[in-house]
Design a protein around this ligand. Sequence first.
Ligand code: BES
Ligand code: ZN
Ligand code: ZN
Length: 496
Amino acid sequence: MNIKVTSGHLKNARIKAVVSYFFKEDRKLSAELEDLDKITGGGISQLKREQKFDGSDGSVLTVPTFGKGKMDYIILIGGGSKKKLDTDKVRRLGNVAYRVLKNLKIDRFLIDIESLPLNKEEENITAQAVVEGIILGSYRFDKYLTKKDNYKIKEIQIRVKRKYKSKTEESVKIGKILAESQNFTRDIVNEPGNVVTPVKLAEIAQELAEKYGFELKIYDEKEIEKMGMNAYLAVAKGSNNPPRFIHLTYKPKKPKKRVALIGKGLTFDSGGLNIKPGDYMRWMKADKSGACAVLGIFRALGELQPDVEVHGIIAAAENMPDGKSYRPDDIIKARNGVTIEIGNTDAEGRLTLADALSYASDLNPDMIIDMATLTGACVVALGEYTAGVMGNDERLINSIIDVSKKTGEWMWQLPFNDMLREHIKAPHADVYNIGTTRYGGAITAGLFLEKFVDKKIPWVHIDIAGPAHNTKGWYYNPKGATGFPVRTITTFLLSQ
Ligand code: BES
Ligand code: ZN
Ligand code: ZN
């Protein structure tokens, strides 16, 4: 896909289709659309009248020029009310354009960015958001289909005022990298457990390291044992696919900050001996979404080269029932010396994260961010579209949630409190891997993780169990993996 930034009068666009947005408040056509209307012999205004096109959200007006213009089609897309226009609405409107064009099989088109009037502060990210909406919306996981849909965009012209051209070029570049990195994450998450095993995740990290020159350390089960990561190892024991501990490092010359990113990497979660019922086991290939987000973020870091040092840490494993599996009632000593009593082998993610968090703490970074499909309780609390955010530093929590408001990757804070801390007290060990009641399950999982983080280091935990994967598809997220929260975390890192 070739994306070019252009300027100049719409009527001079030499391309298959010109796409412009039209809002409820836009009573009349813009001056440039008026000119196009004249060229088409009043075609735009006639069809607009006949079809009662008024710019309402989701409406579309397709006007063929029948050889009278330099383009074959002028397409107006309804944007609804201008008052409701924000960055993510622009992203969604980019996706709407993609769907309309795909239906018409148009693979070369121009998008009129000027018809999307965001406020001053957001103006320079309009083109970025449109590009993201198109690239994210066009994602398909069709690798295993023998019959594929072969529609592919060949050329996009992003049309802005001449004075914005160079700024827009930068904005388009960032949008393309962010969306492609998110699609990269989706591709790995969508691979099933028989393809992407812990060893395979390590190989993908290796490919990234080679391509972008990252440092990489991969530890096998013997080394994991030597490092005292018994909580992580307990989870991995029941599987024939051995675990791999992955540590990727992106090191710029003069880093302003040092950040550790951790992703939950369960390549499949059967529940272990506390085996999941069938309906709940489906889609548990997506229990590696946090790890895959780390890999996608590293792809973006490699492309964008920001001035921040980033450590990507993944304790990859598969949770399976077997004669060698860990059991309920087992007591395990984690890497940092904390003893854990197992209440349920399906609360495995927090055990792998426990050792990863203590490892990350020893790197003494300025902050730790972990991303994990950790609890069904988080989905119950917030719904499947919003991630739960917890941690030990309100400022860091707020700054990540602030970024998420622009990226459209919805996040909301869940509060820690001392009463829930009582719920993870174990009968015979320092901590229990489940809460004594179901209530507040996302928070008790977060409180469990807290025990493995150095208190001096600002830490944020993002429970992505809901938004990482979906069975329906919504907005620019097709069904399957969403690649959440690659854009938010990368944007946050770029702002450091
Ligand atoms: N991987 C699951 C959480 C999950 C549930 C992710 C639904 C995506 C969608 C996690 O390992 C798990 O099984 N958690 C248990 C914890 C319980 C045993 C305390 C859960 O949420 O039921
Ligand atoms: Zn589980
Ligand atoms: Zn899990």
